[in-house]
Ligand binder design. Structure first.
Ligand code: AMP
Ligand code: ZN
Length: 115
């Protein structure tokens, strides 16, 4: 738990969330301001500021994050039509919450390239 981190407070329950999955390493919840019909955030319980802070010792954790996202995508019915994963990183990447999170977006066609 890192003080003053919004997502650490969501993991601890100090701030409520619409949780859809939790285990000892990973937490997943619906985005409060969805950018698509389905918009889930999958986060490590370990506080990492962004994806660049992930090091060799985090390889298994990052793998778990993505594999859990795959399972959630399947469970909420996104696998057939497809979906998008996004990890915004830093200011040019559009990151606004500095606790690593994987966006799972689906339920509508996505355009490319991102704005
Ligand atoms: P990013 O811009 O990649 O850092 O994404 C941060 C995401 O967190 C945004 O999509 C926000 O809508 C979402 N968000 C911010 N506060 C909350 C919250 N309290 N509960 C759920 N999602 C949140
Ligand atoms: Zn945090």
């Amino acid at each position: 738990m890192t003080a003053d981190c919004l997502f650490c407070k969501i993991i601890s329950g100090d701030i409520p969330s619409n949780k859809i999955y939790e285990d000892k390493d990973v937490y997943a919840f619906h985005d409060i301001n969805p950018a698509a019909p389905s918009h889930v955030l999958i986060i490590p319980k370990k506080h990492l500021h962004d994806i660049t802070e992930a090091k060799d010792q985090d390889a298994e954790l990052i793998g778990k994050l993505v594999l859990r996202a795959n399972t959630i995508a399947e469970e909420i019915g996104l696998t057939e039509n497809g979906f998008r994963y996004v990890i915004n990183t830093g200011s040019d990447g559009g990151q606004t919450v500095f606790h690593l999170h994987l966006h799972l977006l689906g339920g509508r066609p996505m355009s490319w390239p991102p704005g």
